[in-house]
Design a protein around this ligand. Structure first.
Ligand code: ZNH
Length: 141
């Protein structure tokens, strides 16, 4: 669970994300695919090239889910339950990839919001992404 200070930092940062989830999401995915090309294997059915509309759509869904979950910081399991089923039973994404995507999301936020992204905000948002990732990978067995 999150402290009041962590909640405030997460909510503030997610407010900025909510202004353009497709933009920040596609940047995060582009970093993921370039920096960790093995992650592209999950996306054979979409166009993963630079500027792709598919990547923008998918990035918007991923960050949109983060925006939604941040509205329920005291019930993240419930909020993310369906997505957790999807990732465990249908997509079967290797859990290690969640760390890679989380890292890319943090880098995108640090680039766009250097003043807000101080050490406390960094730590709080990292924790937020780790909790989301733990929930999405919790039903694998
Ligand atoms: Zn995921 C899908 C979120 C991670 C892979 N995803 C998805 C979606 C969402 C998400 C919202 C949509 C769903 C529907 O449509 O219903 N993810 C998410 C999040 C995260 C993630 C939040 C973290 C943070 N994923 C991930 C990773 C991977 C993935 C790491 C690998 C690499 N996903 C995926 C896929 C899909 C998804 C493959 C499907 C796509 C399509 O469209 O087909």
């Amino acid at each position: 669970s999150f402290s009041d200070a962590e909640k405030a930092a997460i909510v503030s940062m997610i407010g900025k994300v909510a202004a353009n989830p497709g933009g920040y999401g596609s940047e995060a995915l582009e970093r993921l695919f370039l920096g960790f090309p093995q992650t592209k294997t999950y996306f054979n059915h979409i166009d993963v090239s630079h500027g792709s509309a598919d990547v923008r759509t998918h990035g918007g869904k991923v960050l949109g889910a983060l925006v939604e979950a941040a509205k329920h910081l005291d019930d993240m399991e419930g909020t993310l339950s369906q997505l957790s089923d999807l990732h465990a039973y249908n997509l079967m994404v290797d859990p290690g990839n969640f760390k890679l995507l989380s890292h890319c999301i943090l880098v995108v936020l640090a680039c766009h919001f250097p003043a807000e992204f101080d050490a406390c905000t960094h730590a709080a948002f990292d924790k937020y992404l780790a909790v989301v990732s733990a929930i999405l990978t919790s039903k694998y067995r």
